[in-house]
Write a new protein. Structure first.
Length: 503
């Protein structure tokens, strides 16, 4: 197996084709990430970037657009060259994704790119489009023979959301696997490109001291929080169809959970890692309807104050129904039925318009078995906690008790902290850099395999089903700028626990 260090070389020669080239994702993430990769010497010299969209543009106009996007979003100037180095390989293909002519034009552009840029016939097709277009594009590519790998590899990156529920995810998988081999499909989850998320594997498996205590004997419970201050930011119509479970829990949060809970893989080969992730998801007990009523909490934000500013209720956002039943907050108690985690609850919560933006994983250890400091007046000792902060700060800390200097025994909660800041300022990054490079290298580890996506839909679909059949009568159920509805606190209080509010 090739190690990641050995793979830190420019990606393989290829044409990088983006469907949805004038969209928000391409502008804010993909183009800046490619510029950043170039600055780090990780783009192949033999690269062509082909943007496909329906607006009338030519290569020159699209090049200006691409260069402006990179400048505006703070991508790094290219080392040993200029932004122009990358821009020189940028081309534009005009066309509607639903029309066969688009794929004929793309086919011609790919042949031209192979000659002009030496792409060796390899191609990445990145579907940066509304999910309703995924099937049409893949059919169009296959119809034009562009998914065949007889003269170079062909890989398709599929953005989230991957399906709307278990059945639609199955149907999309069937469509893709009808024309592509699983090894050609890269289902992307940009959370997995974040440094701290990548560091979770290193933290667990490169430090021998944690593995012996990483189980039900020492861990009391695990909390995962993905909190946002933002509301729906003009994407009300999209959010009405999604809600927080589809938008965050089904993909990002269950991925974080797999990294915390999976067994050590036997190697870092992508399939070995992905096998372990699927095993953990398969071990999560699917909720029966009565469990949903007990162990799943939903909420929707009302008006309130966030970061000193008055903000509107969800139902008053543009594109949102005034009687909307969409959840902007969810908290779940999940149970992982395996030997390592039996009896250790995993509490997940995510919401919009919460008190602070914070993504955090907290591993709460059990209390010491014997309280030795009663005589010194210490009646209870807070158990040790390991916090992994994913964003906005990237840090890991362990809270523990220490004796405050002075006469007598006074215990104080202290933190052992490791912050990414110790590596100095991190270079600007969108979080997509590693993932785009991995696609060019053919490394699938951080991408979701078909069975993994289905396993995560299997976990959340019963919750969504119960919620859609029983309208919430208490919406809006939390004030913007708080930590969510009271029922979320009750979910833990019932078990004698409480949320670790970040900060
Ligand atoms: N934006 C993000 O930060 C973000 C983050 C994570 C995941 N994603 C996912 O990435 C995907 C793209 O998101 P986005 O925010 O970039 O969407 P977007 O801004 O709406 O961009 C989609 C682009 O696709 C084009 N398009 C749609 N139908 C077309 C058709 N039939 N023929 C040709 N062009 C067509 C649109 O063209 P027109 O402009 O001409 O309408 C638009 O430029 C979505 O699946 C989204 O869930 C986005």
């Amino acid at each position: 197996m090739t190690t990641r260090a050995a793979r830190l070389r420019p990606g393989d020669p290829c044409a990088f084709v983006v469907f949805g080239a004038m969209g928000d994702l391409t502008k804010r993430k993909l183009l800046p990430a490619l510029y950043n990769l170039q600055a780090n010497g990780l783009l192949p010299r033999e690269l062509a970037f082909l943007g496909v969209a329906r607006r009338a543009l030519d290569d020159a106009a699209f090049r200006d657009y691409a260069a402006a996007a990179a400048r505006e979003l703070g991508a790094r100037p290219a080392a040993g060259g200029s932004a122009a180095d990358f821009t020189a390989c940028v081309h534009y293909v005009k066309g509607d994704f639903e029309e066969a002519g688009t794929y004929e034009a793309l086919s011609a552009a790919l042949a031209h790119a192979a000659k002009e840029h030496g792409t060796s016939g390899n191609a990445v097709f990145y579907l940066a489009t509304p999910p309703g277009e995924f099937s049409a594009i893949v059919r169009g590519l296959a119809g034009a023979g562009l998914t065949r790998q007889d003269a170079g590899w062909r890989r398709v990156v599929v953005e989230k959301p991957f399906g709307h529920d278990l059945d639609s995810a199955r149907a999309l998988n069937r469509e893709l696997s009808g024309v592509l081999d699983e090894s050609q499909i890269y289902r992307i989850d940009h959370y997995l490109g974040k440094e701290t998320v990548q560091n979770l594997m290193v933290f667990r498996f490169a430090n021998g001291m944690f593995e012996p205590i990483w189980n039900r004997r020492y861990v009391d419970h695990v909390q995962l929080t993905v909190a946002e201050e933002l509301g729906v930011e003009g994407r009300g119509a999209y959010y009405e169809e999604a809600g927080v479970v589809r938008d965050i829990v089904q993909n990002h949060m269950l991925q974080l959970l797999t990294l915390v809970a999976m067994e050590p893989p036997s190697t870092l080969a992508p399939e070995a890692v992905r096998n372990e992730k699927v095993k953990v998801l398969d071990a999560i007990r699917a909720m029966e309807p009565e469990q949903v009523l007990r162990d799943a909490v939903r909420g929707q934000y009302g008006a309130g104050e966030v970061a000193g500013k008055r903000v509107a209720a969800y139902r008053d956002e543009p594109g949102v129904s005034t009687t909307s039943q969409t959840e902007t907050f969810a908290a779940l108690k999940l149970v992982v039925d395996n030997w390592r985690w039996a009896g250790v609850p995993f509490y997940l919560r995510s919401g919009k318009r919460l008190a602070r933006r914070d993504t955090q994983i907290s591993i709460q250890f059990r209390r010491p078995p014997l309280l030795l400091f009663e005589e010194a007046g210490v009646e209870q000792i807070e158990p040790n906690r390991l916090d992994i902060l994913v964003q906005p700060e990237e840090a890991i800390s362990i809270s523990m008790k220490a004796k405050r200097p002075g006469p007598g025994i006074v215990l104080e909660q202290v933190k052992l902290d490791f912050s990414y800041a110790r590596f100095g300022p991190l270079p600007p990054a969108t979080g997509y850099e590693r993932l785009l490079h991995d696609v060019m290298m053919g490394d699938t580890e951080l991408f979701h395999r078909a069975d993994l996506v289905l396993a995560s839909w299997r976990i959340v679909t019963p919750v969504l089903d119960v919620w859609s059949s029983l309208p919430a009568r208490d919406f809006p159920s939390y004030e913007s700028g708080t930590w969510g509805p009271a029922a979320s606190f009750e979910l833990l209080a019932r078990d004698g626990r409480r949320w670790v509010n970040p900060g």
